[in-house]
Write a protein that binds this ligand. Sequence first.
Ligand SMILES: Cc1cc2nc3c(=O)[nH]c(=O)nc-3n(C[C@H](O)[C@H](O)[C@H](O)COP(=O)(O)OP(=O)(O)OC[C@H]3O[C@@H](n4cnc5c(N)ncnc54)[C@H](O)[C@@H]3O)c2cc1C
Length: 370
Amino acid sequence: MGGSPLRILVVGAGIAGLAVARALRMVGFRPDVTDKLPPGEGELTDTGLYLPGNAARALRRLDLDGPVRPLGQVVHRQRFLDAAGAPLCEVDLDALWAGVGECRALPRAELHRVLLTGAGGAVRHGAEVRTIDLLPTSVGVTFVDGTTTEYDLVIGADGPRSSIRTLAALGGPPRPAGQVVYRAVVRDGPRVAEWTALLGQRSGFLVVPIGAGRLHCYADEAGTALPADPVARLRELFGDYRGPVPAVLEALDRVHVGITDEVELGRWSRGRVLLVGDAAHATAPTLSQGAAMALEDAVVLAESLKAAGSVEAALTAYESRRRPRTRWVRDRTRDRNRTRDVPPALRDPLLRGRGGRIFGDHYRLLLGPL
Ligand SMILES: Cc1cc2nc3c(=O)[nH]c(=O)nc-3n(C[C@H](O)[C@H](O)[C@H](O)COP(=O)(O)OP(=O)(O)OC[C@H]3O[C@@H](n4cnc5c(N)ncnc54)[C@H](O)[C@@H]3O)c2cc1C
């Protein structure tokens, strides 16, 4: 169906929506893209992102590896330390992802800019969908300003709290995955050359260089209640951690805090409505696979629409290709999160012996083809 005049609406201009728009344009479609927020407010402007090698492969397939290559920093190793800063294990990322793609950490807003340019058409901002009407071979869409348009396919890329998911009766609110997560970018922090995580009990602290001397910091703790003062809470939680943590805590200024969401659905489409990205399969960010899964979704969706004889056949083919990989990410994320409850006295000897192999193995299926 590539190049056929399908009327397609992509709801949400985050990583998934913009990547889908890019991929669809590459096979000849001209989708409309809308976002409920005004320009520049959709992405957390001052946070970083770590992209494992399969994200680089998907960016290559979207022909966006060129603009992304100068951004941020290639990450060669993951270093896992205990809370006192003593080494537990390492993952050699160049070896793990050889033949797939480089691992990279970068400011989130910079990836967003590349995707926005790559999406190729204007995003309609402030255009929230109010209702959808599932017709036999199309979808009637009414926006909050009262305008109504009919589409052959509506793609819900509106994140973990997707309203398209609710409007199409594909699922309800996300399930809290059980962590409070903190993110910040530190400018005058310590020198950290590689991805470095300090593992405590039911909490952890990660620091990754994202280029130009900046560090992306991510910390989490078990729970679902947001603290009133995130910086004070971080200093309280991680005050006795060592390694780079004291200097990072000292340099912290603005911290974003939230809770993790998990979305698990029996199906991703109903009629001519399909969910992609976090709207379909959000997990806690433990494996940093959210962006990679969204980019892979885009590549596979465009291929499926191009190859299939009908929209329905394309959506079936898409879901059957994407399910195994997103299920793998969800299951390995849950596995890894369960180990957070194990006391360090039991966990750390195991990690010192086999941690590199265990952590690398969490990506095994993702090394294979899409
Ligand atoms: C703390 C934390 C750290 C993370 N770290 C990483 C990491 O290092 N690496 C990684 O790969 N992933 C990471 N992730 C996951 C990653 O951020 C997500 O998987 C990814 O952003 C999903 O993109 P998305 O486009 O599906 O959803 P979103 O980024 O949520 O985008 C959804 C878009 O839809 C818009 N929207 C919402 N509702 C509507 C509506 N009703 N109508 C129109 N538009 C709407 C929003 O404004 C937004 O622009 C992290 C997540 C968290 C919470």
